[in-house]
Design a protein around this ligand. Structure first.
Ligand code: MG
Length: 370
């Protein structure tokens, strides 16, 4: 029997050989590229907080073994973030990212969270790039790694920014393919704005006050009026810190009250549960899709409604957030539709419904002209 090659001996030899499977990665270092891109807006964008004609967002490219993962985050001034600070934060951890195993994306992001203080948009961009890489490596669309059915995506709202009534009427007409519109309220002329919308359409609406109502009493009066105008939910009627006041409002109105500015990260979800009907989860604020997923599941466990929202950003960040949309009640993922020079094509919208790419990873295709 000596020297006789058996099936068992072949299997034994194979089991100790360093075979690189689809789920493993090579030892060769990755290349990490960071960059700030200026996204031009189709319309000047106004909320109660700011007004602008462009938005600078932060991009990460993670290249390894011939695969490029792309991520994006929209830094938020309110949280002391800028595109420059995001870039500096990721450049500082590039030596770690270059030698990490992106297939172990949960561990990679634990390490990134330990190394980077704040800079949630930067962390989101890294998380998205690593997940895009890992799911491309496995040959699967990212939503399949989360076990989700692309047929379950909701419709997305289309947001109408604060503007003059004649411009609002024009914007609503342009949004004819969207069955659900989102209207920014919280200014002194809310009645005029809703009247301008209602002059053009009877579609259901959701409204976002961005903390803009002046008092809890004014909020109740305004929300009940909005409900009579066909508004289905209200986002963040009062300042983020006013939890008891928000609960007081919630007990006196007939439509769900959703926390947005009050809800940043997973630990906020149980804290807010007694005071709101639901939470708006934003990938840029919590630091990535893995954190967003935790927030969604925690909100569900607490009986909360879930909305997934976005900042103004390209199809990279929007397509990433859309990968989780089969899990939510309301999607507000129109940030890429507001820009004129989107560098990528990813998630599409058909009659308002989010259509996830079936290509591996995020399924992005670079636009040649951007
Ligand atoms: Mg909001």
């Amino acid at each position: 029997m000596g020297g006789f090659v058996t099936r068992r001996s072949i299997l034994a030899a194979l089991s100790t050989a360093p075979v690189l499977t689809m789920a493993q990665t090579s030892q060769s270092p990755a290349t990490v590229t960071t960059r700030i891109r200026r996204l031009q807006l189709k319309h000047t964008w106004t909320t109660v907080m700011s007004s602008s004609t462009y938005r600078d967002t932060f991009f990460v490219e993670f290249r390894k073994d011939g695969i490029t993962g792309v991520g994006e985050g929209a830094p938020i001034v309110r949280y002391n973030e800028s595109p420059e600070s995001a870039k500096a934060a990721v450049d500082a951890i590039a030596p770690y990212l270059e030698i990490c195993d992106p297939g172990q994306y949960a561990k990679v992001m634990r390490e990134v969270f330990a190394r980077v203080k704040g800079e949630w948009a930067a962390k989101a961009a890294v998380d998205i790039a690593i997940l895009d890489w890992a799911s491309q490596r496995l040959g699967a669309p990212l939503h399949r790694m989360f076990g989700l059915d692309p047929a379950d995506t909701p419709v997305t709202t289309f947001s109408i920014g604060i503007d003059k009534p004649e411009v609002i009427r024009q914007k609503v007409a342009e949004a004819k393919d969207f069955p659900l519109l989102k209207i920014k309220v919280g200014l002194d002329n809310d009645e005029e704005i809703i009247a301008a919308v209602r002059a053009v359409t009877n579609k259901p609406l959701i409204c976002d006050a961005n903390e803009g109502f002046k008092s809890k009493e004014a909020a109740v009066e305004k929300i009940n009026w909005l409900a009579r105008q066909g508004v289905q939910l209200i986002e963040q009627p009062l300042p983020a810190a006013q939890l008891r006041e928000s609960q007081w409002v919630r007990e006196r109105v007939t439509i769900p009250v959703i926390a947005d500015e009050a809800c940043l990260r997973p630990e906020d979800v149980p804290r807010l549960a007694p005071y709101f009907d639901g939470v708006n989860v934003k990938v840029d604020k919590c630091g990535g899709l893995q954190e967003a997923l935790r927030m969604i599941y925690m909100a569900r466990a607490l009986g909360l409604k879930v909305m997934i929202g976005c900042m103004v950003s390209s199809s990279v960040a929007i397509t990433a957030a859309a990968q989780l949309s089969p899990l939510v009640d309301f999607a507000d993922l129109d940030g890429n539709l507001l820009i004129a020079n989107d560098p990528y094509t990813g998630v599409l919208v058909r009659n308002g419904k989010l259509m996830l790419p079936q290509r591996p990873g995020l399924g992005l295709v670079a636009n040649a002209d951007a």
